[in-house]
Design a protein around this ligand. Structure first.
Ligand code: C5P
Length: 217
């Protein structure tokens, strides 16, 4: 029996550009395993904040080995404190090395019931899944991104201001774009999708059209 080739979609984007929402919709439509790689860095950042004394290579390694996708769905990982810490720890070579195989393995060997995988993050298109069938760089202007993130956070944290969220996203962009190891960048072979003036449905349809054209649906 000829094994059907699995589809691989790689997405990179700055914070709060709408990549997660889009990746989820695309994954659902094409029955792909979805991995939000930012959540892995958030999980490690959360461990650091919660267990500062135990936080070392062995501790992180053990936690990653037993990491289940459902562990990444906790609301605790969504706070601004965790976001900031995630962008600090993700600059470290040792941390990135620890998470590489977890991400790489799920991208190339998703659970059998899926037709492939879709990963989003900062270094997916050129580091984790360099031979992806489709590569997208999803962005939006910074004020739009901050407003989206502010609305999201407002749902579970009342005393937060738009200005603080804007400041925090600017700092995170700076760290993610300027770090030496695996910085956020748009590769030449990634398609640029600017979501500033597009609603969720319009973004989804734009990407779907690109994928369907190549897959000859
Ligand atoms: O995507 P999200 O905002 O949840 O990511 C949190 C942080 O994790 C980012 O600001 C970035 O510093 C880091 N990250 C990364 N590489 C990835 C995904 C996320 O460095 N592939």
């Amino acid at each position: 029996m000829i094994k059907k080739k699995k589809l691989k979609i790689a997405i990179d984007s700055p914070a709060a550009a709408g990549a997660g929402t889009l990746a989820k919709a695309i994954s659902k439509h094409y029955n792909l395993f979805y991995l939000d790689t930012g959540k892995i860095y958030r999980f490690i950042a959360y461990l650091k904040l919660k267990h500062p004394k135990k936080f070392n290579k062995n501790f992180i390694e053990t936690k990653i080995k037993s990491l289940k996708v459902k562990d990444l769905q906790k609301n605790d990982l969504l706070t601004e404190e965790v976001s900031t810490e995630a962008s600090i720890i993700s600059k470290k070579k040792k941390i990135r090395k620890l998470v590489f195989s977890f991400q790489h393995n799920l991208a190339y060997n998703p659970p059998k019931k899926y037709n492939g995988s879709c990963l989003d993050g900062r270094d997916i298109t050129y580091n984790i899944v360099p031979d992806a069938d489709f590569k997208f760089y999803i962005t939006a202007n910074i004020k739009t991104r901050a407003l989206r993130r502010f609305k999201e956070l407002k749902k579970f944290k009342k005393n937060i201001s738009y200005e603080d969220v804007l400041k925090s996203i600017k700092k995170r962009d700076k760290r993610d774009l300027n770090r030496k190891i695996s910085p956020l960048k748009k590769t030449k072979d990634s398609l640029l999708i600017n979501t500033t003036n597009l609603n969720k449905r319009a973004c989804f349809l734009k990407i779907k059209k690109i994928i369907d054209r190549k897959l000859n649906y």
